[in-house]
Write a protein that binds this ligand. Structure first.
Ligand code: GDP
Ligand code: MN
Length: 383
């Protein structure tokens, strides 16, 4: 689950990180009032659960309350990478002398949290990593020891931070790591952390991602979930109890079991295709769950073919077959579909599919066969 910028920054502030004292507005009038209250120039910022708002025109400066109202009017309702802007943050504008990146994330390969800093703040960190990875200073954190002061000094030294700011930087880095670990976050990032007009550090942008599996023990954070702002497919998937991750390929995959789902994705790649999603319908999935999963897959306009790979164990193939038929009653599609059903009640499952006589659906005996057929079918679909 991702938090909005304003939510992340409020969380950071609880850990002693300095942030601008702004507030959120839902309409231009409110933006006007906040700007007036703050006095002086402000920055009007789209609150959407995606990055790169600046480049998309979602971050604008305003000198007067009237101008703030106008900018808010322009930004509210804007569409940024498929996210509609429903709220704007009105922050006092800062004079920016330097932009720094500071972030903590989970390095799965190292099985440790990783703190990173770069003097190339303000830019997309993935881009910095691609073009000049040496400009990112990294320190792995031992979860039992926590972030050590010498590690923070290494970061400060590596990004050539002026000495007089080291003390502030120390406090911010410590706070960020605590915010990260105490929130069960997978990411806590300040980009940019600026040196402002008075020569102090200030967290101008903030982002936090919380591990969904930990939300049960983070009720305060769970409450912050903004379903109006997240892609509807993900909200729907969660409501239906499905594990779903959208990707940008063209083969919609419906699989039971996370490992099998990953193997299926790999297999589509092996045959020259690319998966549109990761989707695990879980063990023992019944018809309604399958229907929800299919609906979610078909909403994605990139999907050119659907691949069902069901290994019946607790999940019964006949139940899944019924689910597919039921879903197709509801969601009409002309897209090619490939079904592989093996395991518990497979004959029954195949009979149900055969008898339904769906013209755009073919069966497959093995996973390789299914993946090959799906990739070929997708290639033959126009557009
Ligand atoms: P993002 O594009 O979604 O990462 O949004 P940011 O909050 O990081 O804003 C993008 C850029 O806008 C920053 O890197 C800054 O260069 C600029 N910006 C943001 N806030 C201010 C501000 O208060 N004053 C000035 N001058 N620029 C700002
Ligand atoms: Mn940013």
């Amino acid at each position: 689950m991702n938090l909005h910028e304003y939510q992340s920054k409020l969380r950071f502030a609880e850990y002693g990180i300095p942030i601008p004292k702004g507030r959120v507005a839902r309409d231009p009038q409110e933006a006007y009032e906040i700007a007036k209250e703050l006095g002086g120039p402000v920055v009007v910022k789209a609150q959407v659960l995606t990055g790169g708002r600046g480049k998309a025109g979602g971050v604008k400066l305003a000198r007067t309350p009237e101008e703030a109202q106008q900018r808010a009017d322009e930004i509210l309702g804007m569409n940024i990478k498929d996210h509609k802007v429903l709220k704007v943050l009105i922050d006092p504008a800062s004079e920016i002398r330097a932009e720094i990146y500071l972030g903590v994330t989970n390095d799965r390969a190292a099985r440790k949290p990783l703190i990173m800093a770069s003097a190339e703040g303000g830019m997309d960190i993935e881009e910095v990593n691609r073009v000049s990875p040496e400009k990112i200073i990294r320190e792995h954190i031992d979860p039992f020891l926590g972030l050590r002061d010498y590690q923070i000094r290494n970061l400060a030294y590596g990004i050539e931070l002026p000495r007089e700011l080291w003390k502030q930087f120390m406090q911010i880095a410590r706070g960020l790591y605590r915010a990260y670990s105490e929130s069960d976050a997978t990411l806590a990032e300040i980009n940019p952390l600026i040196i402002d007009g008075s020569g102090n550090l200030l967290a101008v942008d903030g982002k936090m991602s919380i591990d969904d599996n930990a939300l049960f023990r983070q009720p305060q954070l769970a409450e912050m979930r903004d379903t109006s702002a997240e892609p509807t497919a993900e909200t729907e998937a969660r409501a239906a109890g499905l594990s779903y991750v959208k990707l940008d390929g063209e083969i919609g995959c419906m699989v039971n079991g996370a490992g099998l789902a990953m193997a299926t994705m790999d297999m589509t790649k092996l045959f020259g295709g690319s998966p549109a999603n990761f989707l695990d319908i879980g063990g023992g999935a019944k018809a309604d769950k399958v229907a929800a999963a299919l609906r979610i897959i078909l909403v994605d306009p990139n999907v050119k073919a659907v691949l069902f790979n069901i290994f019946g164990g607790i999940t019964r193939c006949d139940e899944v077959a019924l689910g597919i038929i039921e879903a197709l009653d509801e969601v009409k599609t002309g897209l090619p579909m490939v079904v592989r059903l093996v395991g518990t009640n497979e004959e029954e499952g195949r009979r149900i599919i055969d008898e339904a006589n769906i013209p755009n659906m073919v069966g497959a005996a093995t996973l390789a066969d299914a993946a090959r057929k799906a990739v070929e079918a997708a290639r033959n679909v126009q557009g």
